[in-house]
Structure formats: C-alpha cells, structure tokens
Design a protein around this ligand. Structure first.
Ligand code: SF4
Ligand code: SF4
Length: 260
C-alpha cells in the first residue's frame, strides 16, 4: 500500500491506472516465472491479512505474531509496520511449497492485488481517502505479456480482493494518523502502544479485552454492535479501528462512548 499525497499526484500519474482502464495479465503454472514472485520479497501484512492467516493456520493471533511476523518502525511513523518473516536462506515466503501457495484462499492483500499496487491518496491530513492503483509488474513477471485484459474492478473481484481492499483502506486511514506522535512520554512500546497493536493485529486478545476486562464498564457500546463483534472477527477488527480513533485522538464514534 502506498500513501500518495495530493501534491505528489503529478509525479506518479504515468503509472496510475484510471477507472475502467485495462491492463493485460494472466498468471498460471505453465509460465517459467511461476512462484518467482513469492521469493526474495518484503511482504507487508495488514490487520485483515493477519486475521485471515491465523484462522487459516488454526493458531492464535499471538502465536501468529510470534512465529510469522517481524515488526519495523519506519522513519516518520509512530506505529510499526508488520512484515511476513521470510525463510532465512533466500527470503522465500514460508507459505510456498513445490505446488504453489499453501494459504492461497487466505493469501494476503498484496498477493491478491499483484501485479497491481494499491495506493491511498489523501486530500488533506485528515481528509477523505481515495483508492488508486498502479500497474507495475517486475520484469521477470511474464504474466504481463499474456493477452487477457482486466480492469482494477474485474481483477479485484476475480482475486477475491474486494473485502481485503475495503479493510486495507479503513486501516490506511487510521495508520495515516500515526504520522504524528500519539504516545507522548510513554513512547510506542508503552501501554497505549501495546493496546493499539492488540486492537489491530491481535483479535483473540482484543476479544478478551472487550468482553472479559472492565472495558464495558468504561465504555457504552451499542447492543447490536456488541452482538456483532462478539461473533464476527471482521466486525471486531472494524470496531478496533473505531476504538483507536476514539481512544488515541478523541474522535467521536457512532459505535461507542465513555460511560459517565
Ligand atoms: S506471472 Fe507474475 S504473478 Fe504469476 S507466477 Fe509469474 S511472476 Fe508470479
Ligand atoms: S502468501 Fe502465497 S501468494 Fe503470497 S507470497 Fe506467500 S506463497 Fe506467494
């Protein structure tokens, strides 16, 4: 996911796909580049990716984060980025085997979107965001020379990426707010930072936090929202984003308010 400032639009226009613009692509195991794109890569994981993958592997969020994730704090940001931990030797994806991707139905957003890259353009520091897409496969990717044509919409639908893109766009709005420091003296590894990581990347612990701590004594949450988030982790994740905006930046929420 790229963050594009409105002022940068002219710089990246050449690579941007316009609405309805077609691009050629087809990927299949008959191509000599098959699985090349799963090696020697940096793969960023977004909150919905982690949710889908930990369920696919039937392990807890905590275990997934311990065993499969590296965290990096990039300059100019106050929330870590999560990267899938690659195999040590040639930085191959841990989910690649001889026949291909073993988590294919739950592969991350970036894998579904490839050979496109999703960008989020903001019209101001807290303005509304717009999804934009770039077509820029690496030279080794032979799928770009195939005849089949797609648009960004038809490609997203074909790849089962529609929900992923919506969840990534929601997350990107929250993530962009971390370009200023919300932590104060306690820093990103303090209690607020840990809770923020939990509310976005650790749905098992966040579920316990909402339903088994004093959370509901402190926050009033609409009954229908509570019912939904108790049984649906995707809804719980959306609630996590909403809670963070309220908790860290005091933004008004339709989901919850403080009890008096
Ligand atoms: S065509 Fe591109 S996406 Fe498909 S396997 Fe080859 S490198 Fe990967
Ligand atoms: S998750 Fe699957 S598609 Fe994505 S890089 Fe790994 S093996 Fe390839």
């Amino acid at each position: 996911m790229k963050y594009i400032d409105k002022n940068e639009e002219d710089v990246v226009l050449a690579k941007r796909l316009r609405d309805g613009e077609a691009f050629p692509f087809s990927c299949h195991d008959g191509l000599s580049c098959f699985t090349e794109c799963c090696r020697n890569l940096n793969l960023f994981l977004y909150p919905y990716d982690v949710l889908r993958l930990k369920n696919r592997l039937e392990i807890s969020s905590e275990r997934f984060l311990q065993d499969y994730v590296d965290m990096v704090m990039r300059e100019g940001n106050y929330f870590p980025d999560l990267l899938l931990r690659m195999a040590d030797d040639d930085r191959t994806c841990p989910f690649l085997n001889k026949s291909g991707c073993i988590v294919y139905e739950d592969r991350p957003d970036t894998c579904r979107t490839f050979p496109l890259e999703q960008g989020i353009m903001f019209n101001g520091p807290k303005g509304k965001s717009t999804d934009i897409y770039f077509f820029k496969p690496p030279d080794f990717c032979l799928g770009q020379h195939e005849a089949r044509q797609w648009t960004t919409e038809s490609w997203s639908e074909d790849q089962g990426a529609v929900t992923y893109h919506k969840m990534t766009a929601r997350w990107s709005e929250v993530k962009a707010m971390f370009q200023s420091d919300p932590w104060g003296l306690e820093g990103p590894s303090g209690p607020k930072g840990k809770m923020s990581l939990m509310a976005t990347y650790n749905m098992d612990s966040f579920h316990d936090f909402v339903f088994q701590s004093t959370f509901l004594k402190r926050y009033k949450v609409k009954r229908e929202i509570l019912k939904r988030i108790s049984a649906d982790e995707e809804a719980l994740l959306r609630f996590g984003f909403e809670w963070l905006k309220f908790f860290l930046w005091g933004m008004k929420s339709q989901y919850l308010k403080l009890r008096r």
